[in-house]
Design a protein around this ligand. Structure first.
Ligand SMILES: [Fe+2]
Ligand SMILES: [Fe+2]
Length: 156
């Protein structure tokens, strides 16, 4: 099925952001593992895998619409040197994802491509959950203090 050029371009823009998110989160997850924060490692690794599934769905849809998936273009990757900075950078990436998916859904609806809009809506809900989880971590840090929060991240 032939997709509209604007929809295909938008899917490729979303794909670039997913690819940079995967890289950022994998590095953050492994830094946390290296520091011994195994709970943060697990949670961040799981989020990276979810982003990989998103990339997979976007690639499937691009091929379905007879578009060419662009996987060599990537958005910015922002690595935090400390846990708090990592959470801040990841939250920024997730806020951007929510904004971009909302924008893309509107564009697909205007182009009357409701099938693509439907797919993007399912991904958007997971990005919203990512925002919620990261906000909860920041809230825990502000309530518990950083040392106690980090102490709780050590064991499985
Ligand atoms: Fe994603
Ligand atoms: Fe996400």
């Amino acid at each position: 099925m032939r997709g509209q050029d604007q929809v295909i371009a938008t899917l490729n823009e979303l794909l670039a952001d997913e690819l940079s998110a995967i890289n950022q989160y994998v590095v953050h997850a492994e830094m946390c593992a290296n520091w011994g924060y195994s709970k943060l490692h697990k949670a961040t690794e799981a989020r990276a895998i979810t982003e990989m599934r998103h990339a997979e769905k976007l690639i499937q849809r691009l091929l379905f619409l007879q578009g060419r998936p662009q996987v060599s273009a990537m958005g910015p990757v922002n690595i935090g040197e400390r846990v708090e900075e990592q959470l801040r950078q990841d939250l920024q990436a997730e806020h951007r994802a929510v904004t971009q998916y909302n924008h893309a859904i509107r564009l697909c609806e205007e182009a009357k491509d409701h099938g693509t809009a439907e797919l993007l809506r399912t991904i958007l809900q997971e990005e919203e959950e990512h925002v919620d989880w990261l906000e909860a971590q920041q809230e825990q840090i502000s309530q518990l203090g950083l040392p106690l929060y980090l102490a709780q991240q050590r064991d499985d």
